[in-house]
Design a binder for this molecule. Structure first.
Ligand code: SF4
Length: 431
């Protein structure tokens, strides 16, 4: 049910992207407010992922101990959390500047009244349910399948595509369901690539996760296993030695994580990625383009440069899925195109993610790119480069198909070279 809430000017959304190109280095160090917000928490507790998980901030009363909230804000957050719950790890909360109501980390973590007032969006725009072949297993593309093992996440991101699951409370697939998924994959030989996702699958115990990986690795046609997790970002303490040692046994494993802002790439997060890399687990990043979080060229450059310094590949930049309760975080497609255009040529191709839309109704991802081709004929392309200079590029034609006509041996004993006959000069030649 939509709430009738009157919004004032100070609650207006931030202005859209400022795409001015940054001058010089984009490197800014992330800031932690841990010692200000959690002065009595020992290092042992802080570095224990179970402690972090147990002490998640889930109520407005707890949140108001750390962030200054007016009475009206508290009332509204309470209203929102009745529909879309809240959970923030102490670690992720410590990255929020308490004095900045528009802090980009805060926008991802703290409920906004706009989650209730936005009119647009659907519960399940990607139609994941309709592509489920057995409960929890989505088989949409021929050679890939998605296993959803749990809906539990230590941090509930306000832009989450699977917000619809939050109301069901935390669930984990039982072993009968996991077996049904593995059985389907085992009898479907075209599936060679499995994406394990959630919720966050790394919230499972290492032992439970290993059971799933071992079962998948026992299937000969499963070549690649990818794990979608935001834990390097919101709970890097979970990426411990025991987990990395276990993952290294089931190579090749790829982790796709989800950094959205350079302020998230802290020394702890970079160390978590380093542990994965040393265990032979390649780490890619899939960020989501979010209004007021990362919708400028400068922020994206800073993010992608910081990722590369941490040896993480910027893989995708997603247009935000049109999920109900996330409209205030959407950006126009033009913003994404301007960002990619502002990056291309100004930094290495390695630092530029693929900007994609995941199409509604499960029709898959499509890449979006600024248009550099001004005109295009069979013979030539007229193109512009990143500085606007125009060039002409001769369009190579495919070579004519050739065949060889055998030639009779000569009396001199010299082996003759065969005659080449192209399809063009075949015209008029008797077959
Ligand atoms: S980590 Fe992913 S699945 Fe979990 S709340 Fe965030 S966006 Fe949603």
């Amino acid at each position: 049910m939509k709430q009738s809430l009157h919004l004032t000017d100070d609650e207006a959304e931030p202005p859209s992207a400022d795409n001015a190109l940054p001058q010089g280095s984009t490197h800014e160090l992330p800031v932690s407010y841990r010692h200000q917000l959690f002065p009595h928490v020992s290092d042992t507790e802080w570095n224990d992922w179970h402690w972090q998980f147990r002490h998640r901030i889930t109520t407005v009363e707890e949140l108001s101990r750390y962030l200054p909230l007016s009475v009206r804000e508290r009332t509204r957050i309470k209203l929102v959390t009745a529909e879309f719950p809240m959970a923030i790890t102490p670690y992720y909360l410590s990255l929020i500047n308490p004095a900045d109501a528009k802090d980009p980390i805060r926008r991802q973590a703290v409920p906004s009244v706009h989650e209730l007032t936005g009119e647009a969006g659907r519960e399940d725009p990607l139609e994941e349910h309709s592509h489920s072949v057995v409960p929890g297993l989505v088989h949409r593309y021929p050679d890939r399948a998605l296993m959803v093992l749990t809906d539990i996440c230590p941090m509930l991101c306000r832009h989450c595509t699977r917000k619809r699951e939050w109301r069901k409370g935390g669930w984990v697939q039982n072993s009968t369901r996991v077996k049904a998924m593995v059985d389907y994959i085992g009898r479907t030989p075209q599936v060679r690539d499995i994406i394990i996702s959630g919720g966050d699958p790394l919230t499972l115990s290492t032992r439970r996760l290993e059971e799933v990986l071992a079962a998948l690795r026992a299937i000969p046609h499963v070549e690649i296993i990818r794990i979608g997790t935001r834990l390097p970002v919101v709970l890097p303490q979970r990426i411990d030695v025991e987990l990395c040692r276990m993952l290294s046994k089931y190579s090749p494993i790829w982790v796709n994580t989800h950094f959205n802002h350079p302020g998230e790439i802290t020394p702890e997060a970079a160390a978590a990625c380093d542990r994965l890399l040393r265990a032979g687990v390649q780490v890619n990043n899939q960020s989501v383009l979010l209004r007021g979080v990362n919708d400028t060229v400068a922020t994206q450059l800073n993010l992608c440069h910081s990722l590369l310094r941490a040896m993480v590949r910027p893989y995708y930049l997603f247009q935000c899925d049109q999920v109900r309760g996330t409209e205030h975080l959407w950006t126009p497609v033009e913003t994404g195109l301007r960002i990619i255009e502002g990056m291309r040529g100004h930094t290495s191709g390695l630092a530029i993610p693929n900007y994609v839309i995941d199409l509604p109704d499960g029709r898959g991802k499509i890449p979006l790119s600024p248009n550099y081709v001004i005109s295009h004929t069979k013979h030539e392309l007229t193109v512009r480069n990143y500085e606007g200079h125009i060039s002409h590029f001769a369009n190579p034609r495919p070579p004519a198909v050739t065949r060889h006509r055998p030639v009779a041996p000569t009396t001199s004993g010299v082996i003759p070279v065969s005659e080449e006959v192209t399809d063009e000069n075949r015209t008029g030649v008797r077959p």
